[in-house]
Design a protein around this ligand. Structure first.
Ligand code: ADP
Ligand code: MG
Length: 280
């Protein structure tokens, strides 16, 4: 049996949060952006996706987040196929997913205060009371303050506007927003690519801490193999819309790796990830 199919079936049996089977996406001009991509993400797991620019990583992210329709294949979220689901159900499914993208400046509305931006997702889920509200006075400001605290930003930032924050601070706000609705699974699409090297390390460490603390599963997308290695339990390598190989993090340095993966290893950077033992 095809390795990809076998792999997906095995993970389905483990009650994956997200299962993608044979996903194909063709853009209007006939551009095939995804070719029969299969993957699966289990609870509390981080699957890293690495590949050069244009390999289809962001298209995959948008398809999984149900922001983009796909042409063939199957997407199961929380054991349920998204094919043909009603709009209301889709809204419910989307509320269980978090997303952090590359450019925090465009993810935040420049006219809203940080407090308003932080509470936007919860405001859309009318009537939903997050479990972290228990035990604290449940005013809007308290909720927003709790979220800022989760991403290690001071409460004084609540009344600031995005332009008053650095890139790393803005990305912390988008991370706080992503966890506000208590998703089990978050898509991180190049979350540190727009940040300087020191800030990248701090944000990656924050994401790792939050994953442990909140029991999150991640799809972590990057063109930077060092960042993917630091974050992930398993790694998937993409090229030209297809999956070249899947392997566990420990197998990255084995000689059996695809020549393309080995070429990515040649530019493996050791500069930005101070806490990863293998990089010391
Ligand atoms: P990556 O995130 O790995 O850089 P993308 O998913 O953004 O890759 O793009 C994959 C391919 O699909 C690229 O060739 C890109 O030019 C193309 N593509 C992306 N978005 C669109 C679109 N909206 N219309 C047409 N082609 C697109
Ligand atoms: Mg991209």
């Amino acid at each position: 049996m095809d390795d990809q199919i076998l792999y997906t079936q095995q993970l389905k049996a483990d009650k994956a949060l997200v299962t993608v089977s044979g996903l194909t996406k063709i853009y209007a001009a006939g551009k095939i952006a995804l070719r029969e991509v299969s993957l699966s993400v289990s609870p509390r797991e981080c699957l890293g996706v690495v590949g050069e620019s244009g390999s289809g990583k962001s298209t995959l992210a948008r398809c999984i987040l149900t922001l983009e329709p796909f042409d063939q294949g199957e997407l199961m979220l929380d054991g349920q196929s998204v094919r043909g689901v009603k709009r209301r159900e889709l809204k419910r499914i989307r509320s269980r997913l978090g997303a952090v993208f590359q450019h925090p400046a465009t993810a935040l509305n420049s006219r809203l205060t940080i407090l308003q931006s932080l509470l936007e997702p919860l405001d859309q889920l009318k009537g939903y009371i997050p479990s972290y509200v228990t035990g604290i006075p449940s005013g809007r400001r308290d909720i927003a303050e709790h979220l800022l605290n989760m991403v290690k930003l001071p409460a004084a930032y609540l009344d600031k506007y995005p332009h008053q924050l650095s890139g790393g601070e803005k990305q912390r706000v988008t991370i706080a927003r992503a966890i506000s609705t208590e998703p089990d699974f978050i898509v991180l699409d190049e979350p540190t690519a727009s940040l300087d090297v020191t800030t990248q390390a701090a944000v990656l460490n924050l994401l790792k801490d939050l994953q442990d603390e909140l029991g999150l599963a991640y799809l972590f997308i990057s063109h930077d193999l060092a960042a993917v290695h630091f974050m992930s339990d398993r790694i998937m390598v993409m090229k030209n819309g297809g999956v070249l190989e899947h392997f566990s993090k420990d197998e990255l340095f084995q000689s059996a790796r695809h020549p393309y993966t080995q070429s990515l290893l040649e530019v493996f950077s050791t500069c930005c990830l101070p806490t990863e033992p293998i990089l010391l």
